[in-house]
Design a protein around this ligand. Structure first.
Ligand SMILES: [Zn+2]
Length: 450
């Protein structure tokens, strides 16, 4: 590990000088000095919780929500928040909130919320969620050290359950806050653990779960700093990504029906091979998606062949087609194109191909005013920014239903995430925290977000 001194020397560019602040304690340029060293030290400390035995920082982390590692990490984080002079509170869903409203702050104004999550996928990395969470704490500490008095209360959040490993559900705890809770949800079992008991492990109160729900307008805005988890920023040599929104996902169940017959006695020209048709459909999904300019993506990730035997011509294939884009109009047009191609394949192969919409997740658009605040924050920090959609889900998409939402991305090296190889440079971590601080300050300074 680098010494503190050596680290500061290598990351000087990330530590924006505190002289950017005027003597009255208000920002003169929108640049914010964050302590890059403290942020790095905390990221390294957090990486110990869920680290494989005998491993190092580079071995990644397995900190699935509700696991012992998750509990231990939360206990440590609660003590860090308390040591920073804030009073953490656990809501009935298990989310951690900590409010900063020093004297001079108007307590009746809606709070500006920012944070992320610290649960991980099994064999995950040390930046997904961790960076946004620890940067939120860093922002409060840096701004307080600079003598800032915010006009609105600021509220830090650690969402309890973001990854979809536990209970097969993603963004599960922010979803509750947004009011999306179905009867029976808390009775669901996973690995012998009832969801209500899992929430209890975190200090939540499943019997009072409705009290975790917040109304629209409860917060003034929500901002989440996160690693990109893709390679767009790194490839473009850009430090800051202003997220336009979190993409819509349309998922189709596709059934290809042919005729199962003897693989030795059926001549090639008499076959109705469902797998041949399905294979051609896989290729045409790619062709349809790439034929249209834009950032949309399409994937066939599941194929189930019946009877799946070497000596039988496949009679049936059940498969998925998943399409993602910010615009649902684009997704509908894509689906229509793919279905047209499928009809031609079916006619050519003597099969029948049917599509059924299995699930439809609408997009969550980032609020334009929050996007503008992020753009300005990056500009004033002397950093390049570009706009991009998020192809991955985040808690921010749930909170977008309650208040103006925005997300800041920083580069993922090699576009790798959900892997021990997940990396973001320490400099970019500090840049992200700095832009988060400047964004929150801008949102705090304006009276309305339009
Ligand atoms: Zn995440």
């Amino acid at each position: 590990m680098l010494s503190r001194r050596a680290f500061l020397a290598t990351s000087a560019a990330a530590v924006i000088p505190r002289r950017a602040w005027s003597t009255r304690g208000q920002p003169s340029s929108g640049s914010v000095g964050v302590d890059a060293w403290r942020l790095r030290a905390r990221l390294e400390r957090l990486s110990l919780f869920g680290r494989p035995d005998g491993g190092s920082f580079g071995s990644g982390v397995s900190r699935v929500a509700y696991s012992d590692a998750d509990l231990a990490a939360r206990t440590w984080l609660l003590s860090e928040i308390a040591a920073a002079g804030l009073t953490p509170r656990i809501d009935p869903a298990g989310n951690v909130f900590a409010r900063w409203a020093p004297s001079g702050t108007s307590p009746d104004r809606p709070a500006i919320l920012f944070g992320s999550h610290i649960d991980s996928v099994p064999n995950g990395g040390n930046f997904d969620g961790d960076l946004g969470t620890l940067s939120a704490l860093e922002v409060v500490e840096s701004c307080r050290a600079t003598g800032i008095t915010p006009r609105h209360p600021w509220e830090l959040v650690v969402w309890a359950h973001e990854e979809s490993t536990a209970f097969g559900r993603g963004t599960a705890a922010s979803r509750i806050v947004a009011g999306d809770l179905q009867a029976g949800d808390l009775d669901q079992a996973w690995n012998g653990l009832k969801r209500a008991d899992a929430i209890r492990r975190l200090g939540g109160q499943p019997d009072r779960i409705e009290e975790a729900v917040r109304k629209a307008g409860h917060w003034r805005a929500y901002v989440e700093l996160h690693i990109e988890q893709g390679g767009t920023l790194e490839k473009g040599g850009v430090t800051i990504g202003t997220v336009d929104g979190i993409v819509a996902i349309h998922r189709y169940d596709v059934m290809v029906t042919g005729f199962a017959n003897h693989a030795g006695t059926t001549p090639m020209n008499e076959r109705r091979d469902a797998l041949l048709a399905a294979s051609r459909l896989v290729v045409s999904v790619r062709e349809a998606v790439t034929a249209r300019p834009g950032r949309h993506v399409g994937t066939v990730g599941r194929l189930e062949i019946t009877p799946n035997s070497p000596n039988v011509i496949p009679g049936k294939v059940s498969m998925s087609v998943e399409l993602r884009d910010l615009s649902e109009t684009v997704l509908k047009a894509l689906a229509a194109d793919i279905q047209q191609r499928a009809a031609a394949i079916a006619a050519d192969t003597g099969t029948d191909i049917t599509f059924q919409l299995a699930s439809r997740n609408p997009p969550a658009l980032a609020h334009e005013a929050v996007q503008r605040a992020i753009d300005r924050a990056a500009e004033r920090s002397g950093l390049g920014a570009t706009h991009l959609p998020s192809g991955a889900g985040h808690d921010a998409q749930m909170i977008a239903a309650l208040c103006p939402m925005g997300m800041i991305f920083v580069p993922s090296i090699g576009g790798i995430s959900h892997s021990p190889l997940e990396r973001t440079t320490w400099e970019d971590c500090a840049h992200g925290a700095s832009v988060l601080a400047a964004t929150i300050l801008q949102l705090d300074a304006s009276d309305t977000i339009v």
